[in-house]
Design a protein around this ligand. Sequence first.
Ligand SMILES: NC(=O)c1ccc[n+]([C@@H]2O[C@H](COP(=O)([O-])OP(=O)(O)OC[C@H]3O[C@@H](n4cnc5c(N)ncnc54)[C@H](O)[C@@H]3O)[C@@H](O)[C@H]2O)c1
Length: 352
Amino acid sequence: MKVLVTGGAGFIGSRVVRTLLAQSHTVVNVDKLTYAADLSSLEDVAGHAAYRFERVDICNAEALAEVFAQYTPDAVIHLAAESHVDRSIDGPAAFVQTNLVGTYTLLQAARTHWTSLPSNQRDLFRFVNVSTDEVFGSLPPDGWFTPQSAYDPNSPYSATKAGADHLVRAWHATFNLPTLTTNCSNNFGPFQFPEKLIPVVILNALEGNPLPVYGAGENIRDWLYVDDHAEALLATLKRGVPGETYLVGARNPRRNIDVVRALCAIVDELAPSQAIGKRETLIHFVSDRPGHDFRYAIDATATEKALGWRPKHPFEVALRATVAWYLENQSWCKRIAGRSGRERMGLGAPRS
Ligand SMILES: NC(=O)c1ccc[n+]([C@@H]2O[C@H](COP(=O)([O-])OP(=O)(O)OC[C@H]3O[C@@H](n4cnc5c(N)ncnc54)[C@H](O)[C@@H]3O)[C@@H](O)[C@H]2O)c1
């Protein structure tokens, strides 16, 4: 397949691009290159004969039309987004623009392209919309998100992702565009921009900086290794049914404080420092994120049955591999350090 990937220079997108190429697909990576993107994440495939990059904003209808006309893709995997909850609290405008207006603009461009295809290609065309479990809001101490869970987003980020999901669903119901949506849990792994919990903790622990934990650290996130997520997206592309929604998770709900402690122990072991001492002593609790969802947990049973997909990477093993990757790839970390989001954000100081 020739797959147009949006947001392919980001954390999950770059993994999806590499997985597609490894499985002999052709990839057109459409990315605006925001602060969160880095083309060096794709250095290993930049010269691949089946890979093309187009620096395009998904809000730009004209540029998107040109990309669709030039490459005539068989499918779209839509990952481009503003993705950090804390930034959405301080500056929601970019989230409304990219996540809502951008998704709408992309849907229209895909629809125009899809309508122009011969009927056999039109039947096979797919638009996979990559969303989040955060659209379902917060869970109490027990229970799981299922495909029947109601939308109940709480942050500007999750509200714009929820809106995008509704647009995608409507483009299927109204125009028959063969769309599918995946809602996945928190990802982690190599190349994640150091504004999200796991890379922030690894890099601060390594350098002996304070390790701020929101609230009492009791909030629970359900963790998914990025390689498993990329495989789930390919399975959705190949075996998913248009109009359906697939919940993607690996049954790894963990309290934030437990994840931070586990990371401290791994950093101590892989990069011991007498000067810094035990990294756990760097942990300190800071005021909570406004509207902080208490708990997420995904029941992926239906997705596993429907797509024949299963996560392969045990959480503890993948967490250790992730720490090792950040330790071994300090040049990548230093390259993006100037744009880093390791400072506290999301307390609601308005930016735009
Ligand atoms: N990271 C997670 O834990 C997680 C969990 C669930 C869902 N998701 C979803 O997965 C997708 C990818 O997440 P990520 O963590 O890789 O994000 P990321 O922030 O690392 O990457 C986003 C990419 O989108 C690009 N982009 C942003 N605005 C754009 C625009 N207007 N036009 C074109 N490109 C644009 C950026 O340049 C960047 O390369 C997002 O849709 C996100 O909502 C992420």
